[in-house]
Design a protein around this ligand. Sequence first.
Ligand code: ADP
Ligand code: MN
Ligand code: MN
Ligand code: MN
Length: 363
Amino acid sequence: MAEFYKTVTEPFLRDLRDLPIPEGVYVAEYVWLDGGYKLRSKSRTLYKSYAKAEDYPKWNYDGSSCGQAPGEDSEVILYPRACYWDPFRGKPNVLVMCDTYTPQGEPLPTNSRVKCAKVMDEAMAMGLEPWFGIEQEFFMMDKASGKPLGFPKHGQPEPQGPYYCGVGALYMEGRAISDAHYRACLYAGLKISGTNAEVAPGQWEYQIGPTVGMETGDMVWMARYLMERIAEKCDVVINSEPKPVKGDWNGSGAHTNFSTKPMREPGGLEGHIIPALERLSKKHAEHIAAYGAGNEARLTGRHETASYKIFKWGRADRGASCRVGHETMKEGFGYFEDRRPAGSMDPYVVSGMIVSTCCDIPM
Ligand code: ADP
Ligand code: MN
Ligand code: MN
Ligand code: MN
């Protein structure tokens, strides 16, 4: 059946899928986070295009099927928040990033966006213009074997060394997916700044940034959605857990590069970056607790990490919790990198918390 689907049915379905959508009709794919911070989406036909995400109609779904039905009433309301071009259906069809509310208008307990927005609004009002660059690391796993692409059926591949930014059929797997995703992000209008093959076989990274305030969480989640959709077509499972492969293999992080306007201006290093790192050092445990489940197995002090038990910052030090790059050290202003967040972190939580701690804005 699977074979029949691939060789006969799929080209036929593809032809139908490529039929033009009539003039004046728009398909919007509403995307949201379920109770376990997994992505969900469904489509709807609209007869009008809208200028801003907030103008799109609210919608609903069955919360009891997404592990987030609050009380008796299982209806959850989707509030459109950010809008991108749909690379699968093409322009003018759209993807709409939403967050989740009860019918009474209360955010669901799992709505991390709303808390983030409060902090970001305040930071923007203070003129701080928080910028982020998120480096999303993840593994591409073969659906049948459950192992990363490039891992043999039996035994282990050649140890880490040749894979990072590697080329050649001997070491590289998954580039077509990474490249397709890169193009899809650009088409959608996401601020993707680059991609690279990572240290373990089948491990890749893409970077979203620099993004301003709320753009960060919305764009990282939408980039993850695009990756899920593309990999789904290829029977590849995306795994961004912090330590999915036991042994001498790197885990996956989501290094979070951060700056505020004063950090980016002359004197920013002494006046704003170092004080922010000092604030972070005092709240290390709270940050670690919010940076993704199972992250302790990744933050061991090996594989380019600092132990989760300590906080240390350093100049160009990939074994530090937070790293200040050469350029920023030399110029005396710029940004720093928080290397602690896990690949599976929620960017609404992490970006909100960094602004809250560094800029002294209560969550
Ligand atoms: P690394 O050297 O750690 O691998 P990357 O090049 O993968 O770093 O990612 C760095 C990210 O930081 C990029 O997404 C980039 O757009 C972003 N970035 C650049 N300048 C700033 C800044 N001033 N503030 C926040 N993020 C920034
Ligand atoms: Mn990187
Ligand atoms: Mn990396
Ligand atoms: Mn990094």
